[in-house]
Write a protein that binds this ligand. Structure first.
Ligand SMILES: NC(=O)C1=CN([C@@H]2O[C@H](COP(=O)(O)OP(=O)(O)OC[C@H]3O[C@@H](n4cnc5c(N)ncnc54)[C@H](O)[C@@H]3O)[C@@H](O)[C@H]2O)[C@@H](O)CC1
Ligand SMILES: Nc1ncnc2c1ncn2[C@@H]1O[C@H](COP(=O)(O)OP(=O)(O)O)[C@@H](O)[C@H]1O
Ligand SMILES: [K+]
Length: 441
């Protein structure tokens, strides 16, 4: 965002214009939410506080009842100009709060560089308790914008109005749990970044020239716990693969019978040239056989999805072929990934180490490439926290690789399709329910 501010300034949008837009947007939102009742604004010393003074100026001009409490005098030129524009009195932050309809938290935004002290977090929480609704300007104060880490944020906002672009704190936990409804005002900026929210790539439907191999042949390698591979195979088929082979499963055939079952045959089963992607790991186990199956899958040079048990067998592997690795937090830690709070850097580091696309799962899934591109999924449906939904994700990812998507796009498609399936399902769904019908968007 700071880069974007600089770019905007160079492109001729002065920063005071951006602050004016931000403050005006805040004022319009607070005006609507207050519906004639009083609004109180907390203004910090930096430009987040500046947004608050501008909002106060506009609210007064709209005829709203608006008061401001300031923490420390403005320290930036922009914030000083904004405070002068407001021009009316500013209370001290520790004056006893009065009941208000809407509190607008403009204490700190992207400039927070240390935890809130007790004085600040106490004052913010007292003011919040006296307000019916809370709007956070850019981010609730006390959250680290770039990681979503909690640096002593005492509030849950009802609405967070993000400026310019969404930041990691809007999507990553615990920050994401403090936002309430997130709204974005782009301030008229076009921001390009190597960090984005995950998006669904365009998936063309089968055309007249399509055939089952053109749509993608997926090989799912089974192992000790055959159910996991079964789920993954169904997910691959239901998400549009033309052909799915389930290899080495000990379970008897069950619907959909379109899944073709084959023995492992010392690895010969995965050598078919027409196979577009191999999924290995779901229910694989960790013994000798598991090692052999993982090694054979790698040796084919074909695009791979590596999940679950196979993630624990990778050692110092660096992938030569397109590969997607899908660890949950526990598997991520066992693979040597640094523990959060900075889930983004930790995921990029591991992607680089394995030379693969990393899908670091959880309520806030982070997808990273070895060259540092990052896509963060919007917080998912928490009913996904049930056994087997990871196998479903891995199966969809394999189908996306087999249809020819690059690994980064395939991983995003898989996360989006799994989330959409969850949204369409009844509360209390289980993994099997997700793959009963089509997973196509
Ligand atoms: N990005 C943009 O293009 C725009 C940004 N604007 C606003 O500007 C904000 C960023 O402004 P700033 O960079 O001035 O940063 P902030 O206003 O977030 O805060 C910076 C100030 O707070 C102090 N500070 C940091 N952590 C503290 C702590 N724990 N306790 C006490 N003091 C602390 C710093 O020393 C500094 O004085 C954004 O969040 C956004 O609201 C808007 O004005 C519109 C334009
Ligand atoms: N609280 C949650 N909210 C949203 N999604 C979740 C949550 N917990 C887990 N998930 C998602 O559910 C899936 C679980 O995968 P995983 O832990 O590998 O389960 P399994 O190994 O049993 O298949 C992942 O896609 C993950 O992102
Ligand atoms: K804020």
């Amino acid at each position: 965002m700071r880069e974007a501010e600089q770019a905007a300034a160079l492109a001729g949008t002065p920063l005071d214009r951006l602050m004016d837009r931000a403050g005006h947007a805040l004022a319009r939102l607070a005006f609507r939410m207050a519906a004639g009742r009083p609004v109180h604004i907390l203004a910090g010393p930096g430009n987040n506080g500046g947004d608050g003074y501008v909002a106060a100026h506009y609210l007064a001009a709209m005829g709203a009842t608006v008061t401001v409490s300031g923490h420390a005098a403005p320290v930036t030129d922009l914030a000083r100009q904004a405070a002068a524009r407001w021009g009316r009195g500013t209370d001290s932050l520790d004056r006893a709060p009065v009941a208000t309809a809407v509190l607008v938290d403009c204490l700190f935004g992207t400039g927070l560089n240390r935890p809130l002290d007790q004085y600040l977090s106490g004052a913010l929480s007292r003011h919040a308790a006296s307000a019916a609704r809370i709007i956070a300007a850019d981010v609730p104060s006390g959250l680290a914008t770039d990681s979503g880490a909690d640096l002593g944020c005492p509030i849950h906002a009802d609405v967070t109005l993000a400026f310019g672009a969404l930041k990691p704190a809007h999507l990553l936990f615990p920050g994401a749990s403090r936002m309430g409804r997130v709204m974005l005002d782009d301030l008229g900026l076009t921001i390009t970044s190597h960090q984005t929210t995950a998006v669904m790539p365009f998936l063309p439907e089968p055309g007249f020239a399509s055939h089952k191999y053109a749509r993608g042949l997926v090989a799912v390698v089974a192992g000790k716990m055959a159910g996991a591979a079964e789920l993954a195979a169904r997910a691959a088929l239901r998400s549009g693969a033309g052909y799915v082979r389930l290899i080495g499963s000990a379970l008897p055939p069950s619907p959909p019978l379109a899944i073709v079952r084959q023995g492992w045959r010392d690895g010969a089963a995965i050598l078919d040239d027409r196979i577009g992607a191999i999924l290995v790991g779901c229910g694989l186990g960790q013994g000798e056989d598991a090692h052999a199956r993982l090694d054979a899958a790698r040796a084919t040079g074909k695009p791979l999805v590596v999940d679950a048990d196979a993630l624990g067998l990778l050692g110092e592997t660096r992938f030569d072929q397109p590969a997607i690795l899908t660890p949950h937090a526990g598997e991520f830690a066992r693979m040597g990934g640094a523990v959060v709070p900075d889930k983004i850097s930790a995921t990029v580091q591991l992607a680089d180490r394995y030379n693969a696309v990393l899908v670091h799962k959880g309520p806030d899934t982070v997808i990273a490439t070895p060259d540092g591109r990052v896509a963060i999924a919007s917080p998912g449906n928490s009913w996904l926290s049930t056994a087997g939904t990871g196998d479903v994700l891995a199966g969809i990812a394999a189908a996306m690789l087999a249809r020819g998507l690059p690994a980064f796009e395939a991983a995003q498609a898989a996360v989006m399709l799994q989330q959409r399936a969850a949204e369409r399902s009844e509360k209390g769904f289980v993994a099997d329910d997700l793959v009963k019908g089509s997973l196509w968007p």
